[in-house]
Design a binder for this molecule. Sequence first.
Ligand SMILES: *Cc1c(COP(=O)(O)O)cnc(C)c1O
Length: 370
Amino acid sequence: MTVPIIRPVFDQAELDALTACLESGMVSQGTRVADFERLFAAYLGKGDAVALSSCTAALHVALLALGVGPGDEVIVPALTWVATANAVACTGARPVFADVQPETFALDPDAARRVLSPRTRGIIPVHLFGLCADMDALAGLAGEHGLFVLEDAACALGSLYKGRRAGLLGDASCFSFHPRKVITTGEGGMICSERADILRTARSLRSHGCRPLAAEAPAWAMPEVPHLGYNYRMTDLQGALGCAQMAKLEDILAERARIADVYAGLLRGTSVMPPLTPADCRHSWQSYVVRFADMASRNAAADRLTRAGVQCRPGTHAVHRLGWHRARIAAQSDICPAASLCEDTSLALPVVHGMDFATQQAIVSELLNA
Ligand SMILES: *Cc1c(COP(=O)(O)O)cnc(C)c1O
């Protein structure tokens, strides 16, 4: 068999949207990006959305809009994609790693509390693999200490936390449209917030730090540039894809939930631990990540799956052990052992739209060496 870990859900709608965009001759940021932003904000139901070239760019700009810079510290979970910590470092601030709860793969509020310092400015909870972090506890901690909460919702489009949408649980949130995520525009990201100041700064910084032109300015006017900014714009080709993908979002989420249910049934009573699914949260199933008792059995299973043609990966990496970040941590011992354990014993299984029961059964039997 040949099973990719994920396959984007594209059909005639994406082809038509791209064709119309190409035929219009308008391919850089324009009306289609604005349409995607409107659809996205309407889906969340509150606040507004600003599209960028990636979620990493979104995190970078959101942190700058929150006033983060040199001398500041921002708490990030040690288990996440490296982008979460890199975005903090790119502002000149220091990412401070806190450990995770292995059952949920999410930032442990007690661990976050232990790394607070007078320089701490905020917390970035990550809704890893699509399950929301313990937002009540983290928001409580942030409230006590006057910290911002920036959600890394890269994996969490459609996720719910106690009935509330991921993306509306902090000061701002960032989403990703990389092909591994719930919907994709090839590359792409979004900042969502209910705060006008954050949205305004984000719109400026994604486009060189320009100030928007006044409504009465002549058509030939050039903008003033009051800030130091970037070119982090999304293209209209990506915006067109985003609009077409938003129309499929609920179908994609339902299909991913169906596949996750089948895996859970097949894994019940085996030595492989299926991911936790708390009753009061809706998982987006961006990744279906199982855990093994130890690294040797995870590695053996990953080898068997690979030989069988099934693509798999560890859930994600423990960022505090990656070279650039490791070199900036003073401690000699592992400061976040649970994150390391999760990297070493986890495995993400394929979640491919339309995959049949027999394929999932074959994957699980390779996994269990049955
Ligand atoms: C994918 C991902 C990112 C980065 O998203 P890009 O759009 O690829 O920049 C950040 N954080 C998490 C948790 C992710 O999974």
